[in-house]
Design a protein around this ligand. Structure first.
Ligand SMILES: *[C@@H]1O[C@H](CO)[C@@H](O)[C@H](O)[C@H]1NC(C)=O
Length: 231
């Protein structure tokens, strides 16, 4: 009778220990499932981020592409005007053509400046938005995979099993909240690229207008020499 009682007690304890261990395994499974899902979500966001950046760069290039033909056309009109000038001697024509080449150099620098500033702005935003946060999130998320073992090592699983489970419950809450809030945060980071891109395009547009105006002013200035035969 007594032996039977002991046997039952041992069996109950064993079953209990098994049950306790099952909870840990369940936690472990839940943590790694969540970590994997979150990791996939970050990977999707990463992909999306890259697409947005590529798209904005492509549009930037198109904008710059529009700038060059406009200035080239203005320059060939200008050359035609020089060539068809009346009552100007060859020395003066020669001098005016040299002036044109010199000013063309400055006009090229204007175009390069527009491209440079637009690129720097967009590049800074590409590197500093989203990516650093995504990396932080990824490493925090990876930590969750080994959370059960970590908590196990930190707690006295034999004497205070409930405390261990409580800690794991808390961590579970934390990672679930983290997954949602950080996912939203990263998504917003991606959308914020658009604000910078808008600003960059606006500035590029202004830069282009200014470059065209400067070119126009250069042409008027040089044509002034033709008016009085470089006197
Ligand atoms: C594990 O996840 C399932 C499904 O979401 C949930 O029902 C269960 O309570 C979780 N287990 C633990 C130990 O948190």
């Amino acid at each position: 009778m007594f032996a039977k009682f002991i046997l039952v007690t041992v069996l109950v304890q064993l079953a209990c220990a098994q049950q306790q261990f099952d909870v840990l395994v369940e936690f472990g499974t839940n943590f790694s499932t969540l970590a994997l899902e979150t990791q996939n979500e970050i990977a999707d966001l990463y992909e999306f981020n890259g697409e947005i950046i590529r798209e904005f760069n492509r549009e930037l290039l198109l904008e710059l592409g529009r700038m060059v033909p406009a200035m080239r056309e203005a320059d060939s009109d200008f050359q035609a005007q020089i060539d068809s000038a009346d009552g100007v001697d060859n020395d003066c024509l020669e001098y005016v053509r040299e002036l044109r080449e010199l000013f063309l150099l400055f006009q090229n620098w204007d175009v390069q400046d527009c491209a440079y500033y637009a690129h720097v702005d967009l590049q800074y935003d590409s590197v500093n938005r989203f990516l650093p946060y995504a990396i932080t999130f990824l490493s925090e998320n990876t930590r969750s995979i080994s959370q059960v073992v970590e908590s196990f090592g930190r707690n006295n699983a034999i004497a205070e099993f409930d405390a261990l489970v409580q800690e794991l419950d808390g961590e579970w809450e934390y990672y679930q909240t983290l997954a949602v809030s950080f996912g939203d945060f990263l998504f917003d980071e991606i959308l914020l690229h658009a604000n910078v891109a808008d600003r960059v395009y606006r500035e590029l547009f202004e830069c282009r207008e200014t470059a065209l105006e400067l070119q126009q002013a250069d042409h008027e200035y040089i044509l002034g020499y033709l008016d009085d035969n470089c006197a």
